[in-house]
Ligand binder design. Structure first.
Ligand code: NDP
Length: 452
């Protein structure tokens, strides 16, 4: 029987061994999910909303314990883990309040007596989630999906199976029927079998391009809808008229949060020539002062990376970039899973750290001649998740936003997810949207009703 280990990346200590569930155990969960979905979909939005308000309260009561579990399993600092739990509670409150309004039928005037579009649940949503925000990634899709009347089966990343089971327990504590939210301890073979089963209505995956392509291919084979949130290599454009202090602060915050393991982090800083030296100096000072170390210590700003292979991959990328001609200004060193906050200057578009996603605390600076080159290089990426523009001229920024190939553009602000705004990618960053109205409708099927 296959086993999985969750290892504390800060200490190297094994936290827990998990045994993969048998096909029979998974079948029991799937049957329970399909059975529960029928009654769950029949409940009113108010009834489902009450349970989500209860879930928000449960998360707030357990906030410190859940944060400790997140920190132990994947290494983010305690303050960020606490904020992640609160964000999940806020997501429950938002959809408890808004789901009915967001899914209100659309009455469309035609030559019929009445014609309308209604939004109905897809059924059982299979979800494959990553470890970087072990609670938020799950709540981001699950809360709208379940408020819409779906139920879900979650296959989490093996290094955060403890978080998966803690989320399942929180749903139970809040009083949800047992089959509404179930976690499965399994590998990708089980995912393939579940996707082939007619009782599963759709799949959502957040993770790498490789995993997304594989799951989407399977979904296509079985004619099932998929929502994919994949990698990103977001540009942060600093134009000559930007407030350089604010831009530098935001750039470092965006890049170094969660030790750089964020899909929507600013990964490529594109800076206009006339301010490049000043901006680089400010970023360098900020990066030098970031304390990296034990994520349980209150003054630590960055913990370890979540797994040793992720730290090794990042180390290879940085070494290759330096061989290719980038200038290492800060960091570049690794000790086990701990990767020092790193700043690379003079990075050219053919460098590995420009072409590939860097999933760790590595900031990359590239000089651009003007706004046209900034847009061209920002778009010179296989990814298109989000982007940021820093300038005093917001009208100019709004105009440039339309030229960026990205799912979101933030002007003079750090890109972040917000329950009220859709998030998702273009190009190899995926498709479908999460959060807000788009993010609940993507977990529904629309039905046209025509009364002649
Ligand atoms: P993966 O994409 O491999 O893992 C994410 C999830 O997908 C896990 O639950 C994983 O399970 C599952 N998965 C992987 N391959 C398949 C498959 N063929 N079929 C079904 N499920 C699959 O990411 P990694 O953890 O290996 O991280 C590698 C890189 O991915 C990062 O460096 C980063 O670039 C990107 N990434 C992006 C994230 C984002 O937020 N967009 C989040 C995490 C990673 P299992 O581990 O069991 O294979």
């Amino acid at each position: 029987m296959k086993t999985f280990q969750s290892i504390n990346p800060n200490t190297g200590q094994v936290l827990q061994d998990y045994t993969a569930e048998t096909p029979e155990q998974i079948e029991t969960k799937l049957a329970r999910a399909a059975e529960t979905q029928r009654t769950w979909a029949g409940q009113s939005f108010a009834e489902r909303g009450d349970l989500f308000r209860q879930l928000a309260a449960t998360l707030r009561v357990q906030q410190a314990d859940l944060a400790d579990l997140i920190t132990a399993e994947m290494g983010k600092i305690k303050a960020e883990a606490m904020a992640e739990v609160e964000k999940c509670a806020g997501q429950c409150d938002y959809y408890a309040e808004q789901a009915e309004r967001l899914l209100h039928p659309d009455i469309i005037p035609t030559d019929a007596q009445k014609s309308l579009v209604v939004y109905e649940p897809v059924g059982v949503v299979l979800a494959i989630m990553p470890w970087n925000f072990p609670l938020w990634q799950v709540f981001r899709y699950a809360v709208p999906a379940l408020m819409a009347g779906n139920v879900t089966l979650l296959k989490h990343a093996p290094n955060v199976f403890g978080c998966a089971l803690a989320i399942e327990q929180a749903y139970r504590t809040a009083g949800f029927p047992e089959g509404v939210f179930q976690a499965i301890v399994a590998d990708t073979d089980a995912v393939a079998n579940l996707l082939a089963d007619d009782r599963v209505g759709m799949v959502t995956l957040t993770g790498s391009e490789r995993a997304g392509a594989s799951v989407a291919a399977l979904a296509g084979q079985h004619i099932k809808k998929s929502v994919l949130e994949l990698g990103g290599s977001d540009a942060l454009i600093v134009l000559a008229d930007a407030d350089l202090d604010r831009a530098a602060q935001a750039a470092v915050q965006s890049r170094m949060m969660n030790a750089g393991q964020v899909c929507i982090a600013a990964k490529r800083f594109l800076v206009e020539s006339s301010v490049k030296a000043a901006f680089t100096e400010k970023v360098k000072t900020l990066v030098e002062h970031l304390k990296q170390g034990d994520p349980t210590e209150p003054d630590t700003k960055l913990g370890p990376l979540a797994r040793i292979d992720l730290a090794e991959t990042l180390e290879r990328q940085v070494q290759t970039a330096v061989q290719e001609g980038a200038t290492l200004l800060v960091g570049g060193t690794r000790h086990d899973c701990h990767f020092a906050p790193t700043l690379l200057d003079n990075v050219t578009p053919d460098s590995v750290v420009f072409r590939e996603e860097t999933f760790g605390p590595v900031a990359v600076i590239t000089e651009v001649a003007d706004e046209a080159e900034a847009i061209r290089l920002a778009n010179q990426s296989r990814y298109g998740l989000s982007a940021a523009i820093w300038t005093h001229d917001v009208a100019r920024a709004e105009r440039l936003s339309h030229q960026l190939e990205a799912g979101s553009v933030f002007v003079n602000a750090v890109v972040r997810s917000d329950s009220r705004l859709p998030i998702g990618g273009v190009k190899k960053s995926g498709y479908g949207r999460e959060l807000s109205e788009a993010g609940i409708k993507d977990f529904c099927q629309s039905k046209t009703i025509y009364i002649g």
